[in-house]
Design a protein around this ligand. Structure first.
Ligand code: ADP
Length: 710
């Protein structure tokens, strides 16, 4: 049986060694990021040589550095590397790997990779082709569940895809209902239909979306539960007919059908229902002759406590560390051992669960701006440590968050003997995570777990209910004021030291004045959210008055009413140590400790447990020429929101367009972005076609604005 180690890493001792057990000496991980690093950890523990694979963008990534060996597999776009089964198998054969661990996402549920593994005598660490095929389609998976008396969400998962039949089925189910892509995953390809009149259009769109994302346009219909809870059961199976469950997890805190906070075990769940979910899960696992780690997902109607099977994920889940914490079982170790042919070393009644674990996904995204993914270099990175705390990540200071892959940077997982203690430790972990260079959801995660409702029954509506207006960070202007004061302070310090090429001299075109008897003043702009915000800073030696917003006091400018004034005091604990980035800041009588980083291109990053901000400074002169001109330009054109791929161009030259109409669709960081017309007018020029890779800010469509609309 396994032993719990209090950092969440665990020791199993499956230890069987009978006939027919294959050997794995060298294991290739067909993945990247935190999950690749996670698998490498267990390889080290088991004395297996680990092989990383990498694309162009990941040449210097952590998983490459941590593995014993690494093989280049292709260009940065996932299709050409991590999603290319042939490249993966070629790499495995080239390096003579005995086995491939697929991680999650990418090829983890690809029958193609398993088939290639089989024909090349490489062990695939995961279930059989049949299990993946059976569970890969939601239509078939639901039919199998139904045949095993596992309750499923009322709806239609029949064979017919005929529009009229689907419509008549929808009438039987009633509204609201959900149209789901049978091949869907990751929350993609789902559409809520609130009333009959919306059905036809929603069906067309759902089928189109499903075909373009998954190459399969089959859909199923489900009653839409208004207050669902997402509850799932971890299972493990071996090739000797044993299937066990490793208890449950709750993943109800979701955004856009994607999990944000997960925990084990589920709170507020009756014993009888819990046992029923375990029984259903093991029954399904046994039916599939399931091999390896899998997760059976259910939704539970919070109003009726009725539970329904949703789907099975035939791989390791992102949230698997919570189960590892409470059961003390290393799931990756089990996956490897059962793939070799070993039996599970424990029976159901030997598996126990103790305490509680909660995981939070730290993403590079801006929760205050519709969770837009962020990209950039991690300029500051310090992971928290502490009792009962585990951080799974695949980055370090200097790593790049590129637009090619998803935006998860790290997972913070906390364990405690009670849920309350786990939550407290998670809060501490999130508070002590220093990360700077771009925006993250760190503050949002803290807000999520510090609400009183976090301790009540959770539903997938949690975020919508807690933040009905959307989540907003603590006063943006306040952060800008601190950044501006720090910038001025740094500039003055360097200027007084007369360093060659110091930033203050580079900021020469600022209006820096110091009349006798008055402190120095500087005027400049901060670029924020596509706008230029005027700033003025007056003061010296750590004591500044900062005005954020227009300095125009004639009252004619509406912005002048918005200008805000702050008193900012700055001290470095050790003023002589120039490389210390830690500052004490007092702003309007509130004290905070911050890491402040000055980076190239006139950028200042602020980072604290509760804060991650980067601001670009622009001189007044530049603001008149550069960004201001760009801002003007952007109102009559569409530019790429970040580097990505154009997936659809919906207009052609000469088309008349309305303001807000979607003109172009692009995919960046695995998300679809619909780019709307900034103004009404006529399309003057289309500078891209579907399939083009485009750079951040690249002009894509130019519009001749309809002046009469102004
Ligand atoms: P995916 O494979 O894309 O992850 P799932 O079927 O697992 O899709 O569902 C993902 C999430 O969508 C669930 O966790 C739940 O929040 C929501 N969801 C799915 N089906 C329903 C339903 N019938 N009613 C309400 N919400 C649902």
């Amino acid at each position: 049986m396994s032993n719990v180690v209090n950092d969440g890493t665990v020791m199993n001792d499956i230890g069987a060694n009978g006939t027919g057990i294959k050997s794995i000496k060298r294991l290739l991980i067909a993945n990247r990021g935190e999950i690749a690093c996670r698998v490498i950890r267990t390889c080290k523990k088991l004395g297996i040589e680990s092989v990383a694979v990498f694309s162009d963008a990941d040449r210097h990534a952590q998983h490459v550095q941590q593995a014993d060996l690494a093989v280049y597999i292709g260009a940065s776009s996932a299709k050409e590397s991590y999603l290319n089964a042939q490249s993966i198998i070629d790499a495995a054969l080239k390096i003579k790997a005995d086995a491939i661990h697929p991680g999650y996402g990418f090829l983890s549920e690809s029958t193609e990779l398993i088939t290639l593994c089989q024909s090349n005598d490489v062990i695939f660490i995961g279930p059989s082709v049949e299990s993946i095929a059976d569970m890969g389609s939601k239509i078939e998976a639901k039919a199998i569940a139904q045949s095993l008396d596992i309750p499923t969400v009322p709806g239609y998962n029949g064979e017919s895809q005929d529009g009229a039949i689907l419509k008549s089925e929808s009438e039987k189910i009633g509204y609201p209902l959900l149209i789901k892509a049978s091949a869907g995953g990751g929350g993609k390809g789902m559409r809520i239909v609130n009333e009959a009149s919306e059905f036809d259009e929603a069906l067309t769109l759902a089928k189109q979306e499903s075909l373009s994302s998954f190459g399969d346009d089959r859909v199923l219909l489900e009653k839409y539960l208004v207050r669902p809870r997402h509850i799932e059961v971890q299972v493990l199976g071996d090739s000797h007919g044993n299937v066990v469950h490793l208890f449950d997890r709750e993943c109800s805190i979701q955004r856009n059908y994607q999990k944000v906070i997960e925990e084990a075990p589920v709170s507020h769940l009756g014993d009888e229902l819990r046992q029923k979910l375990f029984d259903c899960s093991v029954r399904l696992g046994k039916y599939l002759n399931y091999l390896g780690a899998g997760t059976i997902e259910f939704i539970v109607d919070a109003d009726t406590q009725d539970a329904y099977f949703l789907e099975m994920n035939t791989r390791l889940q992102v949230e698997h560390p919570t189960t590892e914490f409470v059961t003390g079982i290393d799931l990756v170790e089990c996956q490897i051992k059962v793939a070799k042919g070993e039996p599970l070393s424990f029976s159901q009644d030997q598996i126990t669960t103790t305490g509680h674990a909660i995981e939070a996904r730290l993403n590079a995204e801006d929760p205050a701006n519709n969770y837009m993914p962020e990209t950039g270099i991690i300029e500051l990175y310090r992971e928290p440590t502490g009792e009962g705390l585990r951080v799974d990540s695949g980055v370090s200071q200097g790593s790049e968050i590129s637009p090619f892959y998803d935006s998860m940077v790290a997972k913070v997982i906390a364990y405690g003997s009670t849920r309350g203690l786990a939550a407290q430790r998670l809060l501490k972990g999130l508070n002590n995570f220093s990360i700077g260079g771009f925006k993250t959801n760190q503050e949002f995660l803290i807000a999520l777990i510090t609400r009183p409702a976090f301790h009540q029954e959770l539903t997938t509506q949690y975020i919508a209910i807690q933040f009905p207006e959307g989540w907003k960070p603590w006063g943006e202007a306040m952060h800008m004021a601190i950044a501006a004061a720090a910038y001025a302070e740094q500039g003055q310090h360097d200027a007084s030291n007369m360093q060659a090429g110091n930033p203050w001299q580079r900021k020469g075109s600022w209006r820096v004045t110091e009349l006798s008897g008055t402190p120095a003043s500087a005027w400049f702009c901060i670029e924020h959210g596509g706008e230029l915000i005027e700033m003025s800073v007056q003061g010296r030696a750590g004591d500044y008055r900062v005005r954020v917003g227009s300095d125009n006091d004639d009252g004619a400018n509406a912005d002048s009413a918005k200008a805000e004034q702050y008193h900012v005091m700055l001290t470095r604990p050790n003023a002589l140590q120039r490389d210390v980035t830690y500052w004490q800041v007092e702003i309007n009588n509130t004290r905070v400790s911050l890491d402040i980083l000055f980076t190239e291109n006139q950028k200042v990053s602020l980072s604290s447990p509760r804060l991650n901000r980067s601001y670009s400074f622009v001189t007044l002169e530049d603001s008149l020429l550069g960004p201001a001109a760009a801002l003007k330009d952007s109102s009559t054109s569409i530019r790429a929101v970040m580097p990505g791929i154009v997936t659809d161009v919906l207009v052609k030259v000469g088309d008349k367009i309305e303001e807000g109409e979607t003109l172009l669709v692009m995919e960046a960081m695995k998300l679809i972005h619909n780019l709307p017309a900034p103004c009404a007018g006529v399309v003057k020029d289309v500078l891209c076609v579907a399939g083009d890779s485009v750079a951040d800010g690249e002009m894509l469509i130019d519009i001749d604005p309809d002046e009469s609309q102004d």
